[in-house]
Design a protein around this ligand. Structure first.
Ligand code: GDP
Ligand code: MG
Length: 716
């Protein structure tokens, strides 16, 4: 018989770690809440008929946020055969709250107390027997990380799935039990016995959805309303609060009777947090950490390896080798051109950055798994909040540092629709790993490999997010209070080498895979378009690239980018191909600048780039490409998450417009300051700065409406 086991628990309690250990799959695990936003299904290793479902983390079954709804809907309506409730043993009080709800659902439940390794290390003693007796379901202690006890947990779950569940019948206080009994009697007696209690509680909390599902008449509702009101009167509270207080009371008793905690001194985590989240030190430390990450990945070791990859490996060794083969096989000239000048030059230019990308992923992996990223969300929330923005936006942005697609998807944890849309629109401002080669290319070619280029790009992204957020929040479209952001800081943990190597490899490999597929196809296309065109003798291969079809396309839209300082058709074309995948920009440059021989020693492409760009125009180009519409994959995700074409178009339009304005201001004002050149576009740039200042500092929409005179209101 096939069995379905649902893994349910609070965010960050180790569900995904357990899921991966049991299924052998590799879902991403992060030491912060909100990593799993969709449910994932997998098969139990060695038991093809047993499937496991990893649900998003939830604090309770009274859903407030989208991921809580996903989880509850699955539990109540998907009817798994058994629930395996993962409980963070280091935070029993908080985690058992959900457990008290799960055991009432009428489904078999097995509780796995996770993080046994930490409990043992702390010297805490947990009495699973007592807990099991009081909860009315099997309880085991496990460590998902060290994979201890997890087989027992699944075995218990499989056993429990076969049996008819015994529903926990906790006795609440007299008045509440009285009301619940009345509700059961009045409207629930023909429901299956094991779920009556759960329904009664839901109805007591005035859950309209459940009432609808049960098809209760207005009359019946009015009848039970009397019981609810009587109980509220007696306990002097509203029904939802009564219920949650009663649950906390229950949880308190559970913990008191089963956990004998060793006396705690201040933990190392707390001591680290005192420094790391300190009001004054937090921000400098954050800046230092980010700069350090990019410094190591892009500048020190990373740049060293990449130079070798670009100059020697893909610059000489590979072309020579491939060229030799092509000659030996007497390949047609056009094909050998395509392979050498197209594929090797284009894909090679992208692959040259693989070592740096891997290093970045290792570094990001370390700060993620040790728990620092969670602090970053906390620190930035403090800053964000000051600007009236939701700190919850920061989880998507942090995830977006790896790749924008999961970043945008993580915006689902934001309840407030306006904030969610705003986060979707701005998440890709943060440089994802695919933009890294662009940054590295410009840093290497134009900025003499200066260490500050990559961190500067990162902070440009953050500032762009904050500025956009503040401006948008003051418009009518995004008005509204931001929900407070409550996040529990997980304890610091040493990163595990195995898990770190695995996530790094997965992320890095998907980069390589992209180079072998989408980038490869794009480079072939670019090569054709840049080698063929309508020359003097009509259609055919062109001697001079300036006559190619690609140059034609680039030149046609050139004027749009000329004020930004890089209205060269090559840059325009590269930017357009960057919309397919950001790495394409580098690949396209590889092809377009790879043709002519350059006398200088060193990297040809870079030398040519350096000759075509000034510091200002390079930075303008870089900024535009960091902020403008993301790649196809991310745009598709924006489309899905917005679920509305108008919003999608608005988002893409905003991103491109914003990028254009920022690049323009930067270039024109920079030019003015450095050379004194003043013209029409300088005036436009100044006007944009003033407009931006106005949008930032004017009153919010709600305030503006409140202050407008009554006459205006009636007229308007
Ligand atoms: P989820 O949000 O419930 O899916 O939790 P994750 O599986 O993403 O894990 C959250 C964090 O807890 C990660 O940093 C894990 O490495 C860590 N973790 C999970 N299980 C254990 C465990 O048994 N012991 C320890 N020490 N850490 C664990
Ligand atoms: Mg998870």
């Amino acid at each position: 018989m096939a069995i379905r086991i649902a893994l349910a628990g609070n965010p960050n309690c180790g569900k995904t770690t357990l899921f991966n250990a049991l299924t052998g799959l590799r879902q991403s695990v992060g030491n912060w809440p909100g990593v799993t936003v969709e449910k994932k299904e997998g098969r139990l290793k060695g038991h093809p008929d047993v499937s496991l479902v990893d649900l998003p983390g939830i604090y309770s079954l009274s859903p407030y946020s989208p991921e809580e709804i996903v989880a509850r809907t699955y539990l109540v309506e998907g009817k798994p055969d058994v629930i395996l409730n993962i409980v963070d043993g280091t935070n029993l009080e908080r985690n058992l709250y959900l457990t008290t709800q799960l055991v009432e659902l009428g489904l078999p439940v097995v509780v796995a107390i996770n993080m046994l390794d930490i409990l043992l290390k702390n010297g805490d003693i947990l009495d699973t027997g007592t807990l099991s007796a009081k909860l009315g379901c099997p309880v085991v202690a496990v460590s998902a990380l060290e994979e201890t006890g997890i087989d027992d947990a699944v075995e218990l779950a499989m056993l429990a799935a076969d049996k008819k569940p015994k529903v926990a019948r906790h006795h609440y206080s007299g008045a509440l039990e009285h009301a619940l009994a009345h509700i059961e009697e009045a409207v629930l007696h023909d429901q299956p016995e094991n779920i009556q209690h759960w329904y009664a509680i839901r109805l007591f909390e005035r859950d309209r959805k459940i009432a609808e599902k049960l098809g209760l008449t207005e009359q019946q509702l009015a009848h039970i309303e009397k019981d609810i009101a009587a109980c509220e009167e007696e306990l002097d509270n509203d029904s939802e609060t009564i219920m949650s207080l009663e649950r906390y009371d229950w949880v308190g008793k559970l913990v008191a009777s089963s956990l004998h905690a060793a006396p705690k001194e201040e933990s190392t985590s707390d001591r680290i947090d005192k420094v790391v989240t300190n009001r004054f030190l937090a921000l400098p430390i954050f800046i230092l950490v980010i700069t350090g990450i990019y410094y190591v990945a892009m500048h020190s070791i990373g740049a060293f390896i990449t130079d070798w990859m670009n100059d020697d490996f893909f610059g000489e060794m590979v072309p020579e080798m491939v060229g030799g083969w092509l000659e030996a096989w007497e390949v047609d000239e056009w094909l050998s051109n395509l392979i050498l000048d197209g594929i090797v030059a284009g894909v090679g230019a992208v692959l040259g950055f693989v070592p740096q990308i891997f290093l970045l992923f290792v570094m990001l992996g370390i700060v993620e798994s040790c728990g620092y990223m969670a602090r970053v969300a906390f620190i930035l929330d403090r800053i964000f909040h000051r600007f009236g923005l939701s700190g919850k936006s920061f989880i998507p942005i942090l995830i977006g540092t790896g790749c924008g697609v999961p970043g945008i998807m993580a915006s689902r944890t934001i309840e407030n629709e306006a904030d969610r849309r705003m986060t979707i629109m701005t998440t890709t401002f943060i440089p994802c790993s695919a933009k890294l080669p662009i940054i590295a290319m410009f840093a290497g070619a134009v900025f003499h490999e200066a260490w500050w280029v990559a961190p500067a790009a990162y902070f440009t992204g953050i500032v762009a997010i904050i500025i956009s957020g503040v401006m948008l929040k003051k418009t009518r479209m995004f008005v509204g209070e931001s929900a407070p952001f409550v996040m529990e800081l997980p304890p610091y943990r040493w990163p595990r080498i195995g898990a770190l190597a695995r996530t790094t490899w997965e992320r890095g490999f998907s980069f390589i895979k992209k180079a072998g597929t989408i980038i490869l196809l794009s480079t072939i296309l670019i090569w054709f378009l840049s080698s063929y065109g309508f020359g003097e003798e009509g259609w055919g291969a062109v001697e001079n690239m300036e006559e190619s079809l690609l140059a034609g396309v680039g030149n046609a839209v050139n004027f749009l980018f000329a004020p930004l300082g890089w209205g060269d058709w090559k840059a325009v074309v590269a930017t357009i191909t960057g919309l397919i995948a950001k790495e394409n920009l580098v690949g396209t440059f590889g092809i377009l600048y790879g043709f002519e021989e350059v006398e200088e020693a060193g990297n040809e492409i870079w030398a040519q780039l350096a000759a075509s760009y000034t510091g200002l125009s390079a930075w303008s180009m870089l900024v535009f490409n960091l902020l403008c519409a993301p790649c196809f994959a991310a745009m598709g995700t924006i489309r899905r998450e917005m679920n509305n074409w108008k919003w999608f178009c608005f988002a893409i339009g905003y991103q491109c417009g914003f990028a254009w304005c920022v690049a323009l201001c930067f270039y024109q004002l920079g030019l003015w300051v450095t050379t004194g050149a003043f013209g029409f576009w300088t005036v436009v740039a100044l006007a944009l700065v003033v407009l931006c200042g106005y949008m930032l500092f004017r009153k919010g929409y709600a305030e503006r409406m409140a202050n407008s005179s009554p006459v205006e209101k009636t007229v308007g």
